[in-house]
Each structure stands twice: as structure tokens, then as C-alpha cells.
Design a protein around this ligand. Sequence first.
Ligand code: NAI
Length: 464
Amino acid sequence: MSSYDLIVIGAGPGGYVCAIRAAQLGLKTAVIEGRGTLGGTCLNVGCIPSKALLHASHMFHEAGHNFEKMGLMGEEPSVDWTIMQSYKAETVETNTKGIEFLFKKNKIDWIKGWAEITAPGKVKVGEDSYETKNIVIATGSEPSPLKGVEIDNAGGVIVDSTGALTLPKLPKTMIVIGAGVIGLELGSVYARLGAEVTVIEYLDAVTPGMDAEVQKQFQKILGKQGMKFVLGAAVQSATMTDGTAKVTYKLRKDDSEQTAEADVVLLATGRRPYIEGLGLDKAGVELTDRGQVKIDDHWATSVKGIYAIGDAVPGPMLAHKAEDEGMAVAEIIAGKAGHVNYDVIPSVIYTSPEVASVGLTEAAAKETGRKVKTGKFPFLGNARAKAMFQGDGFVKIVADAETDRILGCHIIGPNAGEMIHEICVAMEFGASAEDVALTCHAHPTTSEAVREAALALGDGPIHV
Ligand code: NAI
């Protein structure tokens, strides 16, 4: 029987990063992964393939809408869905192979199969048993089902986020259930590729939890791109007849029942921890009342020597949050101090324009009882953004009115997902808005809009 210092269950961003850090710190490490390739949901059926489709569809949209304005003439491009699918598959393959290379480089064993924890320190994969001093559960999440909606990813008509990446053909019409991150990212892919996309959302705004001004602007911009929204509507069911899907929903304002039809329905109403078959009950690992693995401040479960990270535990379901937890728990197991600052976890929606945020929204900052001030700067005042036809959107910084300390930042605009990190670093160092305002920013860059928003919290921005 092989024995290890650490067995990580799951090779997604949480698990593989944890394993690499553990190996770097001298622990004899193995990862158990049942999927045929490493990288988990993110690399195989999540972040990476969706980003390939977002990039390709963005290019197509640019070619159709902005090329002529820049004097780039020629026949309008058309979409070859088969080639776009192969480009997506190649992007996934180079990344998953990259993790295999890193495992070999760091002498991490990949045990292929599905793990079951039979007792603390004991894991079974098929007929084989392994002993280990520590276990990290990094099994991630799966799409949450919705009553009345039967997913058939292979059929390609009523699908979840996995099926939406491999539709057999481009739909002419699509209904997205849920205006969260997945619904809007994948919905905008198909809208840009020519589908008429309608998003049905239970709440009265898109992207729950985001800054209210960003939510409004985001919906407006997506609307201009052709996406339609039915807000305040609870989907009751989605059924298929003769290859067409029918969605029934109830409007919350008057309880009236409505129906809509489309070629494809994408269910994107959230994800839930994936812990099936792990044997957690037998091992005595406690769960929260929401079905997540219960952990303490150091990612330790209720059973000594068993830890859990990523989407399987409470907190935002984000690959980079899982990666940070993976590194931190590896350090703790190796006897060092591992730490994650949950106040500074950025989140990004990779639509065009991108939406990025970190820290508190204006509303959440006010709820803490402190005096709050906000500084805003529109991309219309940013030369670089305008040169790229991306003057829509703004940067908004939320700061403490008394100390000027930055509490959060919300960006909708070009490169938002990259620019947000300036504020993440500033927040890690406890910076004031003035610190950012006094920092020289290269011209012409979209990052100048971040500085201008910081200036707006002092004596005022220059370019509005
Ligand atoms: P979500 O929780 O972000 O959004 C789901 C939406 O569905 C909510 O707005 C909710 O009000 C709505 N909804 C729920 N039941 C409904 C019903 N019956 N009828 C109509 N609307 C209904 O979930 P989503 O988009 O599926 O994402 C799951 C997780 O994956 C999230 O935690 C997200 O952060 C993460 N993720 C992050 C990405 C990123 O960071 N770029 C990309 C993809 C996923």
C-alpha cells in the first residue's frame, strides 16, 4: 500500500495548486482525479473553454461592427462552428497538459479514479487503498438543478454550462435562465455569434451582489448588444417538444404565468458542492446546512487530518479563491503559516466590456455604519478606451469618508479584469485613495481611469 504525506482529492485550480505548493515544501504528495484530464471544471468545462469562446466571439463582433470604422475593409467573416470548437478544444488541451507537466516536474503522483475516504488517513480508489497523513478535499462544484428543468447536455437543447460549451450547432434563439456570471458570459457568446438571446432572471437586477450602478450600466450595455432581459420572473419549467424548448415562468409582480420558446435553453441558476461518493458521512466529516464541507479558519474539517478548500466549502465559487486556499492549506500542513485575505478577492465577468470588482460595494460599505464616499470616472474621458470604441462604462472607487482608505472598487469597461489588480494591491497595503491618485500612471492606458476615479475622491479628476 502506497503512503503519502498528503493526498489531494480533485485536480481543479484548488487541488492542483495545493499539490504543487505541498510538493515544493517537501511533502510526498498525490492527487486523485477521476476525469481523464487534469484541471477540473475550470480548465475542462469552465473558465478556460468559455474564455476561448468569449475571445473568438468578441473578435467576430469586432470584425462585424468596428473594422470598417478603422478602414479595415473586406468580406464580412462568417462563423465556422466546427473550427471554433477545435480552437476551444486545443486551448483546453494545452492547459490541461501543462498541469500534467507541472505534476511530473514536482514529482506529484496522479492517481486516476474516483476517491472514497474510508477512514481518517485512508483513501480508496477502485480496488486500491492508500494511506496518508493528510487529506485535502478539493472536489469543486457542479451545476445546481432546477425543479422542472431536465438537463440533456448530449441532446444540446436544454443544457447547463457544460452542455452550452459544446452545442451541436449555433442556435438562432436562446433562453438563459439566471442573469448571473455564467448566464451573462455564455449568453453574450451566443448573442455575438448571432443568436437572439433572452435572459430570464428571478431578481430585479442582473448579477446579484454587484454594485447597483454597475448592474444598471451592465444591463444597458448588454441590451445595446442585442440581449433581452425579463427580470423579476421565476422560471417554473423547461420542456422540449420536437427539438424546440418551451420555458414557463411566473412574473413576480402579478403572478401571471408566461411562456417563451427557443432553440436552446441554458440553465445557469448557480452551482453546488460536488461531494458525492466521497464517503464524508462514514468518515465523520460534517457539512453546513447548505451542503458545503464545514471548515474552521484553517480549512480543517471536523475530522483531524482532513481539510477542504474551494467550491466545496463556503465562500465565493471562484478559481482564484480556491487557488489561494490551496496554497495556504499546503503551507499549514507543512507547518508554516498559510493565510487568505477574504476581504480582497477580486471577481471578474469576462463579457465585453469586462466587469470587475473587489471589496465592498457602496451599499455594503454603508451597511457597516461608517461614512462612505465614492469617486467615479467614465471611460468616455479616457483616450485609450475611446480609440478602441470602448467609452462605455466607468471606474468607481468606494472609500472611507473619514480616513480615505479604499474599501472597494467596481469597474465596467475595457480591461477591467486586469485593472482591478491595482486596487487589490492598494487594498492589501491599506492604501488611501490619495495614494492611488498620487501614483504616476502611464499615458495612454485604460488604467488612467482608475487614477482619475481616485482623484475624484480628492480635488477632482482632470478629464471630465
Ligand atoms: P449565480 O449564482 O451567479 O446566478 C444565478 C442567477 O440565477 C441568480 O441571479 C438567481 O437570482 C437566478 N435564479 C435562480 N433561480 C431562478 C429561477 N427559478 N428563475 C429565474 N432566475 C433564477 O450562478 P451562476 O451564474 O450559475 O454561477 C455559478 C457560480 O460560478 C457563481 O458562484 C459564479 O461566481 C461562478 N462563476 C464565476 C465565473 C467568473 O468568475 N468569471 C465564471 C463562471 C462561474
